[in-house]
Design a protein around this ligand. Structure first.
Ligand code: ATP
Ligand code: MG
Length: 340
């Protein structure tokens, strides 16, 4: 039965009862007919309106909302808004809000689940490579190569190099997970970032020279840039950013670090004129193990943990890293630190 049928039935019974009562008193037939017609039409109109607008419409909307929820096409903004006078509307908007929050939760869980699966696959792959190669060298030695002094030395060196790589990987992972769980607290102090960057330059001098890369500060960089931050962690950040800039820039390229003083902070930029990062990769490069070149080749690049560490360290400093990049033109990474 729909709202019109129900309204007709109720209106008919109301008008019959009213007319019957009136017929007990001495009135003319005409008056009875007029009373019947008026009471029937007015109650029909009223009941129909009430049923339609207050109940059936709202129930229909609720059914639609549930249908949408089943089809996962729920809208994230509630178009009806909140109406305190209409309890059915309120229930409807509560259902809507509940559905939206559940849908968001489900999406989040799915994302986490995917992330976990990918993470385990990546981590196993990254661990397998150095273990496998060290294992190969050791077994070859055990199988007889150990007799040859020259081969022994060479293989042991290679095995050691693989294990060193494994050590760095595990250290990086440990740092990341400790930072995520908040076990590592930042040790704030006042220091000159200019000096820190100079140390990084010294450490990476060899790499830059190999590729004949011109590495230095921007033209107007002050050599006294005092900030308040965790010096060791900022060293790590600069090391990762500058070594990326060298790694992903072709021979004879240029890498520049700049400081731009603002009111209460200094903006630190690391720019290169290297190969740049495609738009679709930019938002993912800070994920653990994410690398633009999918082949996971080791000749260029490492494991893809560097920028994940950078992001975490800067988040722990209440600041964030920004990237601007154009393919074949270069990239600029920047972040701000509070000045002392
Ligand atoms: N300056 C840059 N220019 C071009 N691409 C970059 C630059 N910096 C990072 N990338 C891209 O982002 C990816 C992630 O960088 P990240 O530092 O996290 O990993 P990685 O350098 O490959 O390995 P790791 O730093 O762990 O040794 C890189 O693989 C590279 O593709
Ligand atoms: Mg890196």
């Amino acid at each position: 039965m729909n709202s019109r049928g129900l309204a007709l039935l109720l209106a008919a019974s109301i008008s019959v009862v009213t007319t019957a009562f009136l017929s007990l008193v001495n009135v003319s037939v005409n008056a009875l007919i007029v009373t019947f017609v008026i009471s029937f039409s007015s109650s029909y109109l009223l009941i129909h309106m009430i049923l339609n607008f207050l109940i059936f419409n709202e129930i229909k909307k609720m059914q639609n909302a549930i249908k949408k929820l089943n089809n996962k096409e729920i809208q994230f903004n509630d178009p009806e808004g909140f109406n305190p006078l209409n309890p059915l509307k309120r229930i409807q908007s509560e259902i809507h809000a509940y559905a939206v929050s559940k849908q968001q939760e489900i999406d989040q869980l799915k994302k986490t689940e995917n992330f976990r699966r990918e993470f385990i696959a990546d981590i196993s792959h990254e661990l397998k490579t150095p273990i496998f190669s060290a294992q190969g060298f050791v077994h070859t030695l055990l199988d007889g190569a150990i007799e040859d002094k020259k081969v022994r030395q060479k293989f042991l060196k290679k095995a050691a190099k693989s294990l060193d790589g494994l050590d760095i990987l595990v250290q990086d992972l440990l740092t990341l997970s400790q930072m995520e769980t908040g076990q590592i607290k930042m040790q704030y102090e006042r220091f000159n970032v200019f000096a820190v960057v100079n140390e990084v330059f010294e450490q990476l001098e060899g790499e830059a020279e190999k590729k004949e890369i011109d590495m230095g500060f921007t033209e107007f960089s002050n050599n006294q840039v005092f900030v308040v931050a965790d010096q060791q962690r900022i060293y790590q950040v600069m090391l990762n950013l500058i070594s990326n800039a060298i790694k992903y820039t072709r021979k004879q390229g240029s890498v520049r670090v700049g400081f731009e003083k603002r009111k209460k902070e200094v903006l630190i930029t690391v720019s290169d004129n290297g190969r740049g990062i495609p738009d679709e990769d930019i938002k993912r490069i800070f994920e653990r193990f994410y690398r633009v070149e999918k082949s996971r080749s080791k000749d260029k690049g490492g494991t893809g943990l560097g920028l994940a560490i950078v992001k975490h360290v800067l988040e722990a400093h209440d600041t964030r890293i920004e990237v601007q990049s154009k393919v074949e033109e270069g990239s600029t990474f920047s972040f701000a630190l509070p000045t002392a």
